[in-house]
Write a protein that binds this ligand. Sequence first.
Ligand SMILES: *[C@@H]1O[C@H](CO)[C@@H](O)[C@H](O)[C@H]1NC(C)=O
Ligand SMILES: *[C@@H]1O[C@H](CO)[C@@H](O)[C@H](O)[C@H]1NC(C)=O
Ligand SMILES: *[C@@H]1O[C@H](CO)[C@@H](O)[C@H](O)[C@H]1NC(C)=O
Ligand SMILES: *[C@@H]1O[C@H](CO)[C@@H](O)[C@H](O)[C@H]1NC(C)=O
Ligand SMILES: *[C@@H]1O[C@H](CO)[C@@H](O)[C@H](O)[C@H]1NC(C)=O
Ligand SMILES: *[C@@H]1O[C@H](CO)[C@@H](O)[C@H](O)[C@H]1NC(C)=O
Ligand SMILES: *[C@@H]1O[C@H](CO)[C@@H](O)[C@H](O)[C@H]1NC(C)=O
Ligand SMILES: *[C@@H]1O[C@H](CO)[C@@H](O)[C@H](O)[C@H]1NC(C)=O
Ligand SMILES: *[C@@H]1O[C@H](CO)[C@@H](O)[C@H](O)[C@H]1NC(C)=O
Length: 392
Amino acid sequence: MSPLIRLALPVLAVAGSAYAACSASATMTIQNSGDASAIATCKTFTGDIAIQTDAPGPIAIDGVQKIDGSLIVKDNSDLQQISADSLESISKDFTLSEVQRLNAVNFPKLKTVGALRWIGLPNLQNLGFDAEITKADVINIENTQLQSLEGINVETIKSMFVANNLYINSVDMQLGNVSESLTLSTNNPEVNVTFPNLMWAFNITFRNCSSVEVPSLERLNHSLNLIGNVFESFSAPNLTEVGGALAIASNFELKNISFPLLTEIGANLQIANNTKLSQIVGLPKLKSVGGALDMNGNITKIDLKALSDVRGAFNIQSTGDIQETCDNTFKPMKGKGKIQGEYKCVGEVADPGGEGHNPTKTGGQPQKTGAASALDVKSNALLFGVAAAFFL
Ligand SMILES: *[C@@H]1O[C@H](CO)[C@@H](O)[C@H](O)[C@H]1NC(C)=O
Ligand SMILES: *[C@@H]1O[C@H](CO)[C@@H](O)[C@H](O)[C@H]1NC(C)=O
Ligand SMILES: *[C@@H]1O[C@H](CO)[C@@H](O)[C@H](O)[C@H]1NC(C)=O
Ligand SMILES: *[C@@H]1O[C@H](CO)[C@@H](O)[C@H](O)[C@H]1NC(C)=O
Ligand SMILES: *[C@@H]1O[C@H](CO)[C@@H](O)[C@H](O)[C@H]1NC(C)=O
Ligand SMILES: *[C@@H]1O[C@H](CO)[C@@H](O)[C@H](O)[C@H]1NC(C)=O
Ligand SMILES: *[C@@H]1O[C@H](CO)[C@@H](O)[C@H](O)[C@H]1NC(C)=O
Ligand SMILES: *[C@@H]1O[C@H](CO)[C@@H](O)[C@H](O)[C@H]1NC(C)=O
Ligand SMILES: *[C@@H]1O[C@H](CO)[C@@H](O)[C@H](O)[C@H]1NC(C)=O
């Protein structure tokens, strides 16, 4: 081979692959690091890249700065490491799904992804996003061994779903708003959650968290669900309006709720099975409940001093003696039409339950149900059929 040809061949090879491989109309499948290095000269790769299911890796997608498409690893039980030293953005999905042995993801420059979908990564403990992901529409992280979400710091998002990550210690990010939903569920029961800047969200569920701080939260378009958490107190100091339901249920350590500015709940207000919550005094400005007001538990004191409009049913059942409040405060509201649905408010019962449940009285006077007459119920049902749908 002449020296000239020896020199020209590799140059041609690189130029050729750079030209041919910088886009794929169908998915480009990478089987090994050699395939990955074939696109190293592409600043932008256009199309989807998938890592073959039996590719053992490590796979390094070095050189590429942008994937205008998705990067997908699915059902791979061999791959342990994947990296991309220059990659700054993935326009569509970054999917890692059921990659059993994966223990290192190193994307030190990645800042933007369309959707991060990581599900079933039982050996992955760190995100490996040194530059931090600051832009994403969707974050979905389930069944990983991640210790924290350090490396994700989005200001705004459509949906974030983080569930069944049993080792996550903390979630703390600058998130300002959520246009679809934010759900944290069944992670480490000791996870401490802080969203210092979160101002509004469409829909929020916090389940099985150890603490939750949302000091800036002002509005929800739809619901706020607090279920099965182990915090002793929950406070939403700036929350004024919940467009859908507010549900606070099965938080077995909860002793104190505080919603000092909350005036309006669009659908149901449900407070149930919070065994230690004895005082409902943290809703001083609550005026209207668009659905049912449904509370049960060991409640000894209820003060809803601003309440003037409940569109659905009204049900309070407690082991504690609240009968005076029922009779002096809430029953007259029913009389004046400020409670539109069926009315029940009873203290000193053995088995307090939700709307529709008939509890057994333990003390005091024989139970006066206070339920509206059959006729009233019927006319209410006709007049307020829409509201009635809330307590189905
Ligand atoms: C969460 O915070 C509590 C109280 O500060 C602390 O006891 C607990 O260890 C924290 N959880 C984790 C997983 O660090
Ligand atoms: C959402 O939050 C971001 C960051 O805080 C802010 O820049 C943006 O204006 C907010 N958008 C809306 C519609 O509130
Ligand atoms: C709000 O979130 C809950 C829990 O994720 C979900 O079941 C419900 O459908 C959502 N509601 C809307 C209107 O999106
Ligand atoms: C609470 O709302 C007020 C008025 O909108 C605002 O000035 C204040 O900064 C908010 N507090 C937090 C912690 O966001
Ligand atoms: C949800 O509420 C925010 C802030 O109040 C508002 O900007 C947004 O348009 C609402 N979204 C929907 C779908 O109603
Ligand atoms: C999570 O919360 C549910 C109630 O929603 C509860 O039944 C379950 O025991 C909790 N799990 C853990 C691990 O705390
Ligand atoms: C309940 O929490 C609020 C807000 O955090 C606090 O101001 C109040 O003192 C607490 N009440 C009790 C009885 O702990
Ligand atoms: C409260 O607990 C009872 C009994 O375990 C259960 O039937 C009911 O569904 C629970 N209610 C809520 C709102 O979680
Ligand atoms: C009331 O408290 C007792 C003792 O802590 C608990 O066993 C029971 O489940 C609680 N009842 C309700 C309705 O929360």
